[in-house]
Design a protein around this ligand. Structure first.
Ligand code: SF4
Length: 376
């Protein structure tokens, strides 16, 4: 089975940028980026990252802002911070070399059992297994494993099977082949058993149960999250931004137009005024609806209504914000240099287009007149 899988992988493997980089640093970066994120999404981020932080030393020296800015839009920002902190530990404790032992790798922030197995086997040739969602699915089908693979007994069995399969030579290649099979052939729905290189070894295929495995629990429905943002302009047409604290539940450390979640039956406009007051320290007399942005993040379906307030609409009663978050007034051009979450970035892009349109055609109707919704 191993031989047949490896022969298939040599011809079917996708050309992915991290496969061109032999360095353990590149493997470590790619593995953290790929957690819960699709390959196609990661590719441009990985390429830009390697240009900006080509070595572990460059990453260790980078500021948190620079790292978050390079990561923005990729989601799960804890991973970006974990890479930066991990780089510092690698420089301080491992002489700048990404370690090869699973235990040392597990001691780095953000490196779980899967990533440790991937880095050890792919970057250092250590014969150690890995189990990600693809491998879990392939093994459940190959061995016709019943039961919920998110529960301990089945999970343990899958790791045992992966341990028994990984060869002493080319373990990294074998592990990648298993993952590639799950990505390209043994997909969650409609696996292509007719072109599967290991179909004759597959118990689920023999029993005709491949579509019923693995027996994953039903995913909970996405939770709607309604938020409102206040885009406050000053007399120089700069906008007010606030930085979320580093222990915020969502989008920690990123920059926002002052934004809050709607409470109870609060209207979006009232919530935007509250956001300006509580997070921005600005009391606003009047707000104009600007844009609605929709975005899915983790298990939440975010709707963000943004409202604008021009200088003339700001009350003189502005004062300190109720929360002590850093605040900054920045030009629309400078917004591009700050790390923002995907929904906030969409609002920023809308603003940028709006201003450009105004510059090009000052007499055109204000975009506030034409309601707009930006979806995922
Ligand atoms: Fe997956 Fe089908 Fe191959 Fe079995 S035969 S490993 S179910 S693609």
């Amino acid at each position: 089975m191993r031989r047949e899988l490896l022969a298939w992988f040599r011809t079917a493997r996708r050309a992915l940028p991290w496969r061109d980089h032999e360095s353990p640093y590149a493997v470590w970066v790619s593995e953290l980026m790929l957690q819960q994120t699709q390959v196609a999404t990661v590719i441009p981020y990985f390429e830009r990252w390697m240009e900006r932080f080509p070595t572990v030393y460059a990453l260790a020296d980078a500021s948190e802002d620079a790292v978050l800015q390079a990561w923005q839009g990729l989601g799960y920002y804890k991973r970006a911070r974990a890479l930066r902190l991990g780089a510092r530990r690698i420089v301080d404790e491992f002489q700048g070399e990404v370690p090869s032992g699973v235990a040392e790798l597990r001691s780095l922030p953000g490196v779980g059992p899967y990533a440790a197995g991937a880095i050890a086997s792919i970057a250092h040739g250590v014969p150690t297994p890995l189990v990600d969602g693809n491998v879990e699915r392939v093994l459940c089908r190959l061995f016709a494993l019943r039961g919920d693979p998110t529960k301990a007994p089945v999970k343990k069995r899958i790791w045992e099977l992966a341990t028994g399969l990984v060869p002493a030579t080319n373990p990294g290649m074998f592990n990648q082949a298993l993952m590639e099979l799950g990505s390209l052939v043994c997909r969650p729905r409609a696996p292509e058993c007719a072109r599967c290189p290991v179909a004759r070894h597959c118990a689920a295929h023999a029993a005709g149960t491949e579509e019923a495995l693995p027996e994953l629990p039903k995913r909970p429905d996405a939770t709607p999250l309604h938020m409102a943002a206040a885009v406050v302009f000053d007399e120089k047409r700069r906008v007010l931004l606030v930085q979320r604290s580093s222990d915020a539940t969502r989008w920690a450390g990123l920059w926002d137009f002052p934004t809050v979640e709607l409470q109870g039956d609060e209207s979006a406009e009232r919530a935007a005024a509250r956001a300006a007051r509580e997070r921005g320290g600005e009391s606003l007399a009047r707000l104009t609806w600007l844009v609605r942005v929709k975005h899915s993040v983790t298990r939440f379906r975010v709707t963000l209504d943004a409202f604008a307030s021009e200088r003339a609409q700001r009350s003189r009663a502005s004062g300190p914000a109720e929360r002590s978050e850093p605040r900054a007034w920045v030009s629309l051009e400078e917004l591009a240099d700050l790390a923002m979450s995907a929904p906030q970035r969409k609002v920023a892009r809308h603003l940028f287009e709006r201003e450009r349109e105004r510059d090009r055609c000052p007499a055109s109707p204000s975009p506030e007149d034409s309601a707009r919704t930006i979806a995922d």
